[in-house]
Design a protein around this ligand. Structure first.
Ligand SMILES: [Mg+2]
Length: 286
């Protein structure tokens, strides 16, 4: 499967099925700040030692093994039988540990790129709501997205759909999360263009039919249709996605784009083929 418009010179060839929705990861995809994952990793290990009684000798290896085997360390810990207060966890490893104003800076160029894409755009992250909203606010990207899928509302949606999350966490790259989100948005996964910095997250979405972009890489991994060093390279790589750059703010303010329609589809009670509930997608404040 290829992504993008056709062209001579070896560029991507046009695909018959153009995306209807962009689904975008947050951390290490919309921004790059090596200090943030380093701090989060340190705090995760501190939590495991201080709160869960895991020995300092084994915490580093355990963190890595759980992350690799379950998608996130939190998911792995829960699957291993640890009982964890999710709100306390996220406070400890994310918003309570990160000085967002120092670590992140507004990114007006990325804002222009995203606002120039006349397709509904949603965040899909394993992180929690507060972290997601604070990152987007600091980056100046809050109103670039029609909705946010993060830890809390993904877990609620999973429970609604009969996925047992009483003693489990649903997160990327579990294939069920992509199906759940697509169903919630009323689109097929083949109509989703998914961006993530994680090769395994990309591969999982691709395996379900999504078009995929690996961000933070020069070359695609298996399961990625395209690679971008950063999201800022998107206009050059996929120019067909952009709609009248330069008019983006006026367009956005009018709210006449397809994104505005998708907002209704995404969050309306009973909207979409799934008859979705009111829990649905969190809409960022703008
Ligand atoms: Mg990421």
């Amino acid at each position: 499967m290829t992504v993008g418009s056709g062209g001579a010179g070896g560029g991507p060839t046009k695909d018959a099925t153009q995306p209807k929705v962009l689904l975008v990861d947050l951390d290490d995809t919309l921004y790059r700040c090596p200090k943030i994952p380093a701090i989060v990793k340190q705090r995760i290990q501190e939590y495991m030692v201080q709160k869960l009684g895991i020995s300092e000798d084994e915490v580093a290896a355990k963190t890595l093994n759980l992350y690799l085997s379950h998608g996130t360390t939190l998911c792995g810990l829960v699957a291993s039988g640890y009982r964890i207060d999710f709100d306390a966890w996220h406070e400890f490893v994310h918003q309570g540990a990160l000085d967002y104003d120092t670590l992140l800076q507004p990114d007006p160029s990325l804002r222009d790129i995203l606002c120039s894409i006349d397709l509904p755009k949603y965040i899909l992250t394993n992180a929690n709501k507060v972290h997601t909203e604070r990152c987007l606010a600091r980056l100046g990207l809050s109103d670039c997205f029609q909705g946010l899928f993060y830890f809390e509302n993904v877990m609620e949606l999973a429970a609604q759909r009969g996925i047992d999350v009483s003693h489990a966490v649903l997160c990327k790259p579990d294939p069920r999360i992509y199906s759940l989100v697509a169903e919630q948005l009323g689109v097929r996964l083949s109509e989703v263009l998914f961006f993530d910095d994680s090769a395994r997250n990309v591969a999982a979405a691709h395996g379900l039919g999504a078009k995929t972009v690996l961000v933070g890489a020069e070359k695609p991994c298996p399961g990625a249709d395209l690679a971008l060093p950063t999201m800022h390279a998107l206009p050059a790589a996929m120019p067909q996605l952009l709609d009248q750059p330069g008019l983006v703010h006026e367009h956005h303010a009018r709210g006449h784009g397809r994104g505005a329609d998708a907002l209704v589809v995404g969050v309306g009670a009973g909207a979409g083929p799934s008859g979705s509930s009111a829990i649905a997608v969190s809409v960022p404040a703008s």
